[in-house]
Design a protein around this ligand. Structure first.
Ligand code: BES
Ligand code: MN
Ligand code: ZN
Length: 500
């Protein structure tokens, strides 16, 4: 998708489709309070072209509600699409992001290849709107039907955002370019997550990371079994030993010129390219979805791509621990005891709790490489879906100040993460009789005991853990995003990094 920013008057734009946003300005409540849809453009020609529809009451400007006007009177555009942002008081740049996605997803199946999107000229700061619109447009353009032989590539080929002429051009241009990078990076992650396990093996995952690193100027290394042995990554190796595919330890580094002190942020991702459960094998129902068990790792790669291109003034090291979790004659068994890189011993209760094992060594290695602050992302537990549904992802931290920075990043990213507790009582639940800790803590509080497990390896380093199991895959189409891989956490991790 090509993107362009224009400052031309809306009235004279020659386009197949012009999208304009609207809010509901009705503040009264009750049965007589009719919705009052109001356009977020002062362009009089657009106002007058939309007048009849707005007065009809058919369009209420609800969030992601759309109405199409053909041959709008007085405009050169062939069609005028109104997209609702919902209640005026709740409209933010995040609503513009989804509205842009909705406009793109409206356009795609209708054979229209170019879309002009009017940025709201009130309610939302123009630069924030421009950035969000670009992000949303890319997110909306993605579909997961990569391997359909009858796939019609219905991508929107050109997305033009239009800002009012008098506005702060350089700031808006910069924000729009930024949004393009962020949107493309989120889609980079989604494309990886979408790949089936037979295509995206750990080795292939490493190759894709290396290619991206080469293209964006990141330093990179991709290691395998020998290096894992050298580093004594007994926890990571214990998962990999049951697979015929060699593991990949992906290391990316972003070192901005002239930055020689200050924090080093360590990004660690779970990269299980397929999770059968191992000897504690999963039931067949829905097992095909376990190709997305590398979504945390893919999110880190997407964030690194955006970091490389947006160039924040902070050093970042990224580690993705990639392997399959397979049952095999050589696979680890419940009851086995493994020694992690940090020296801690782990009793394996359930081989399906493999994510925490690979992350244990990933976190330790990030620390060894100098990370002063850690963040990990993982499709770690089914239990997080039980706790928070598919609305909020889970977040955990051993440090309030570090978490606060992440929480602030969420205002910009528009993603929902909810902090869950950690405490000694939960840590008790993963004590083992034979070893230092065990890899599961029983049925209750499963996401928390998983986080307590990781905390043992983060040690005293400020650390955030993101459990994205319930959000990394979207089961149903939404107006602004296709079902399939979501790319969740890319934007939030990026904003957190940029806050340093
Ligand atoms: N990859 C799964 C978690 C998962 C479940 C991700 C559903 C996405 C959707 C993880 O490796 C796992 O199997 N976790 C177990 C842990 C249990 C054995 C303690 C789980 O959640 O059941
Ligand atoms: Mn598992
Ligand atoms: Zn898993």
């Amino acid at each position: 998708m090509r993107t362009e920013l224009s400052f031309a008057p809306l009235q004279s734009l020659e386009t197949e489709l012009l999208a304009v946003l609207a809010v509901d300005t009705q503040t009264a409540k009750g049965p007589d309070a009719k919705p009052a849809p109001t356009l977020l453009t002062s362009d009089e020609a657009v106002q007058s072209a939309a007048k009849t529809v707005l007065e009809s009451g058919e369009f209420k400007a609800g969030a992601n509600e759309t109405v199409l006007i053909h041959a709008p009177a007085g405009l050169t555009a062939k069609r005028l699409l109104l997209v609702g942002l919902g209640k005026q008081a709740k409209a933010t740049a995040n609503s513009v992001r989804t509205a842009a996605g909705t406009a793109v997803r409206y356009t795609k199946p209708r054979g229209i290849r170019a879309l002009v999107f009017a940025l709201p000229d009130s309610e939302i700061p123009l630069h924030a709107g421009a950035r969000a619109a670009a992000e949303g447009a890319f997110v909306g353009d993605f579909d997961s039907d990569t391997y359909r032989t009858d796939r019609k590539d219905q991508s929107v080929q050109s997305f033009t955002a239009v800002a009012p002429a008098a506005s702060e051009k350089p700031a808006i241009e910069a924000a729009f370019a930024e949004g393009t990078i962020v949107g493309e990076s989120q889609n980079f992650t989604r494309a990886l997550v979408n790949e089936p396990g037979n295509v995206l093996t750990p080795t292939e995952f490493g190759k894709r990371a290396a290619t991206m690193a080469e293209e964006t100027g990141l330093q990179w290394d991709v290691y395998s079994t020998d290096k894992l042995r050298e580093l004594k990554m007994g926890a990571f190796l214990s998962v990999a030993q049951g697979s015929a595919e060699p593991p990949a330890l992906i290391v990316l580094r972003y070192e901005p010129e002239g930055v020689t002190d200050g924090p080093i942020l360590g990004l660690v991702g779970k990269g299980i390219t397929f999770d059968t459960g191992g000897i504690s094998i999963k039931p067949a129902d829905n097992m095909e979805k376990m190709k997305y068990d590398m979504a945390g790792g893919a999110a880190m790669l997407g964030a690194m791509r955006a970091i490389a291109l947006l160039k924040p003034r902070v050093r970042v090291v990224c580690i993705v621990c990639a392997t399959e979790n397979m049952p095999d004659g050589k696979a680890q068994k419940p009851g086995d005891v493994q020694t992690a890189m940090s020296g801690k011993t782990i009793e394996i209760i359930n081989t399906d709790a493999e994510g925490r094992l690979v992350l244990a060594d990933g976190l330790a290695y990030a620390k060894q490489l100098g990370a002063t602050h850690l963040i990990d992302a993982a499709t770690l537990t089914g239990a997080v879906a039980v706790a928070l549904g598919q609305i909020n992802a889970g977040a955990f931290s051993n440090d309030d100040a570090t978490f606060e920075k992440f929480n602030t990043a969420l205002t910009t990213s528009g993603e929902k993460f909810w902090r869950l507790p950690l405490s000694d009582e939960y840590a008790e639940m993963i004590k083992s009789d034979i070893a230092d800790i065990k890899n599961t803590g029983g049925r209750y509080g499963g996401s928390i005991t998983a986080a307590e497990f990781l905390k043992v390896f983060a040690e005293d380093t400020p650390w955030i853990h993101l459990d994205i199991a319930a959000l990394a895959w979207i089961d149903e189409n939404k107006p602004w995003i296709a079902k399939g891989p979501s790319g969740v956490a890319v934007r939030s991790i990026l904003e957190w990094v940029r806050s340093y």
